[in-house]
Ligand binder design. Structure first.
Ligand SMILES: [Zn+2]
Length: 334
């Protein structure tokens, strides 16, 4: 089970939401705060045979079925890439198509999967506790898929509940948003996030530095801690970029490198506005005379690069190009 599922700020919000009525929740807010885990906590509690006020018992046959990803009354709608990452099984048909290399795993929520879910919500439940549909990230539905969901949301067959999680609720159809009760994911207290991270085996000083580099998002920290990137590496990043040292990025994918450079750019803009940097220690940032408009242009180029980063022509070349661009920006005069 994901450790985030039991994080104190997730449990607190689950308790809150479970105390309210509602057959469709829309959890919204930035990624890295556990929105998927909160969605799963709600669905688990709805289906649990001995639910507590703070959520599922974790011990009944229903909870076990969810833990091994085989609950007959839970439909999970995600892009296939995400399902594979989080360990949810694909439909037999989808799995066979991917195994036979007929197509790649989708990055969108497929309309076929949504049709299966609509059919699922019309069936009788198998375990007598109703059914749940979990959609994450909800912004990965295209219009056709979203419309298929909308019909079910408008006329729910009675015993089915929905939980949608998204970090981009503005991209959802307004009609979907209006059918759901919205909940904005709460940030954990900094102390609480730190304590939780050390409880997950991250050394306290490392947790503190990584929490900063992740902009206070603890679940991102856990991922980063597992990737072996050290706080020393993070604080050396800005100066390495100013020196044009592409080797500093060697262990990153282009997408991760772009994310890191966007954080650097973000902090340089904050500093030039007299604000406190968010992701880096002040001391880690190099002296830089680039104007805000030069920095903003750099940010736009990074966004452009992010569009091609998932299928780079050549990852090594892309990292070099990103470094060269960073160096030029950091050394810009005005
Ligand atoms: Zn249970």
């Amino acid at each position: 089970m994901s450790a985030v599922l039991n994080a104190p700020w997730i449990t607190r919000q689950a308790t809150d939401l479970l105390a309210q009525r509602g057959h469709a929740w829309l959890l919204q807010g930035p990624s890295g705060l556990g929105q998927y885990e909160l969605a799963l906590a709600l669905a688990s509690a709805w289906l649990c045979e001995k639910p507590k006020t703070e959520g599922a018992c974790g011990d009944c046959p229903s909870c076990h079925a969810i833990a091994v990803r085989t609950h007959a009354d839970l439909a999970v709608l995600m892009p296939e890439t995400q399902m594979m990452e989080l360990g949810w099984p694909l439909s037999e048909k989808a799995q066979a198509e991917i195994d036979d290399k007929k197509r790649k795993p989708s990055k969108e929520i497929r309309v076929e999967a949504m049709r299966d879910a609509v059919e699922f919500s019309q069936r009788t439940d198998a375990r007598g506790r109703g059914k749940a549909v979990l959609v994450f990230p909800a912004e990965r539905m295209n219009t056709v898929t979203a419309n298929a969901l909308l019909k079910t949301l408008e006329e729910p067959p009675g015993d089915v509940r929905f939980v949608l999680a998204t970090e981009a609720s503005h991209l959802l159809l307004p009609t979907i948003r209006s059918r759901c009760l919205a909940h904005t994911i709460k940030w954990p207290e900094a102390d609480e996030a730190l304590q939780w991270l050390t409880g997950q085996g991250v050394d306290a000083p490392v947790a503190s530095a990584l929490l900063r580099s992740a902009g206070g998002r603890p679940t991102d920290v856990l991922r980063q801690a597992g990737s072996g990137l050290s706080p020393q590496w993070w604080s050396a990043l800005p100066k390495a970029m100013q020196q044009g040292d592409a080797r500093h990025l060697a262990d990153l994918s282009p997408a991760q490198a772009i994310d890191a450079l966007q954080k650097l750019c973000h902090d340089l803009v904050l500093r030039s506005a007299g604000a406190t940097p968010r992701f880096f220690d002040e001391a880690a940032l190099p002296a830089c005379a680039a104007s805000v408009s030069v920095l903003t242009d750099w940010f736009k180029r990074l966004i452009q690069s992010a569009r091609t980063a998932e299928h780079p022509f050549n990852a090594g070349l892309m990292l070099e190009a990103l470094t060269a661009d960073a160096k030029q920006t950091l050394l810009a005069r005005g």
